[in-house]
Design a protein around this ligand. Structure first.
Ligand SMILES: Cc1ncc(COP(=O)(O)O)c(C=O)c1O
Length: 454
């Protein structure tokens, strides 16, 4: 019989974690004197305190206590080549000699723009910002300006950055959020103006008919539908082909712009998930890996929509300022990264991702622990539930207390993954690291006292 894993577990992994990370602990206490919570990134906080990192090399990370870890986060999918790739370092070294930012455009901007446009089906024109948040904010604004319509549709549970419009229904309590096929928008953080809610419509993920019905109901008020081809924040849940095909078909019919948020999924193929699925959106947002480890956001797509940002002649319809937009450091790091990503590398990432997901699945079955492994290409998610995981609400059924024990247990054994039970591969990871991950997971699962989870 499958083991039932519920409720709050023992604290053995937490004690071990604390004893291994004493320097991180004291740094956290010191940081709290100046920074609320001791950091500036809410999304990576976990209890009892996050580790402070000192350096990274290839697929390894070193924390402030001198512990070495095998890294399966790649700074949450950003570092597809791993830490400190020599070609990225070389490009940055050359650029730093020339200057880190300028009061006008530079050649690296043309180079990276050309690379992105040539490989990405939807990208006829692009603009560079500093983060994925800025990319989705500008894409949504462009869609509103282009269509003259106010509303945007997003999927329940999806994270598209931290601007007001997208801080809705990222991690809602399902009890408060209406029915699964007709979710109610709920605010994710305090401080969002009430007016924002009027113009954000929530659709279910991976429910083609439910999404279609909602989009059609709001019809000519909708400017855009934004969707991640693999929902990252809920634990790397791939969209079905039918779901993306339906969104493409219904948006085209209604004159609504389809925006793909490929901040995470651009790592799936040279042209991103849109190439993988064969669905071309009107606009696309990139971030994370496109900056090669430095801050960069990209938004782009149809030339007629992107023309809104053209300042010639006269005033642009959309003013897009930013002191560090298209900074050459991020651009050369991004270009150096794309240059390394041959089709063989994408193939390897997908093959190793498949192997990891398959071996994890077998492990949980052998151990009679209810779990579902999701993901695509180099992305994976571990969900501690026996039911299929196709959307945010399915993922919510997972056992979060046990997940935290596993996360800390993996850290104690020298492996870093996303505290939400997800992760990804870089090209620095090979067969033996995949095997290490699975055998370490087995050790961690064996060490847990499941009587604490009944
Ligand atoms: C799918 C997706 N979109 C947008 C963002 C926001 O990107 P950034 O953190 O660079 O602002 C993220 C960040 O995690 C993301 O995962």
């Amino acid at each position: 019989m499958a083991r039932v894993a519920k409720s709050n577990g023992g604290s053995v992994p937490e004690e071990a974690y604390q004893s291994r990370t004493a320097v991180s602990h004291s740094m956290n206490l010191k940081a709290r004197e100046y920074l609320p919570g001791g950091d500036s990134r809410s999304t990576i906080y976990y209890t009892p305190y996050p580790m402070f990192f000192a350096r990274g090399e290839g697929c390894y990370l070193y924390d402030a206590d001198g512990n070495r870890f095998l890294d399966f986060t790649c700074n949450h999918t950003s570092l597809i080549l791993g830490y400190g790739h020599p070609e990225v370092k070389r490009a940055l070294g050359e650029q730093i000699e020339m200057g880190t930012c300028f009061p006008g455009p530079t050649e690296p901007q043309i180079r990276l723009a050309q690379m992105i446009c040539e490989r990405t089906p939807s990208m006829e024109r692009v603009r560079f910002a500093n983060s994925g948040t800025e990319a989705t904010m500008n894409a949504i604004r462009a869609a509103r300006a282009f269509t003259g319509r106010p509303k945007v549709v997003k999927a329940e549970g999806a994270f598209h950055g931290t601007h007001d419009t997208m801080e809705i229904s990222i991690a809602p309590d399902p009890q408060q959020a209406g029915s699964q096929d007709r979710p109610i928008g709920l605010q994710h953080v305090e401080g969002i103006p009430g007016a924002v809610f009027q113009d954000v419509v929530i659709m279910p993920f991976n429910d083609p008919n439910g999404a279609r019905r909602i989009i059609e109901e709001h019809g000519d008020e909708i400017s855009s539908v934004i969707v991640e081809p693999v929902m990252g924040s809920a634990g790397m849940i791939p969209a079905t082909q039918e779901y993306l095909d339906t969104l493409r078909e219904v948006t085209r019919k209604l004159g609504v712009l389809l925006i793909f948020d490929e901040v995470i999924t651009y790592r799936l193929a040279p042209g991103g998930a849109q190439e993988y699925y064969g669905v071309t959106p009107d606009l696309t947002c990139l971030g994370k890996m496109i900056g090669g480890g430095l801050p960069l956001g990209v938004f782009g797509g149809r030339a007629d929509v992107m023309a809104l940002f053209d300042p010639v002649p006269g005033r642009p319809a959309i003013h897009h300022g930013g002191s560090f937009n298209a900074n050459p450091m991020s651009l050369v790091a991004g270009a150096a990264t794309l240059e390394q990503l041959t089709s063989e590398e994408y193939g390897n990432l997908a093959r190793l991702g498949d192997k990891l997901r398959r071996n994890l699945e077998e492990l949980f079955i052998d151990m009679e622990l209810p779990a579902r492994i999701t993901g695509l290409g180099s992305l994976f998610g571990v969900h501690l539930t026996g039911e299929p995981v196709n959307n945010y609400r399915d993922a919510q059924r997972g056992n979060t207390a046990l997940r935290h024990q596993i996360f800390l247990g993996m850290l104690n054994e020298g492996i870093v993954m996303d505290p939400r039970g997800a992760g990804c591969l870089s090209v620095a990871i090979g067969e033996s690291e995949i095997d290490d991950f699975v055998t370490t997971m087995q050790r961690v699962l064996n060490s847990i006292d499941y009587t604490n989870f009944c």
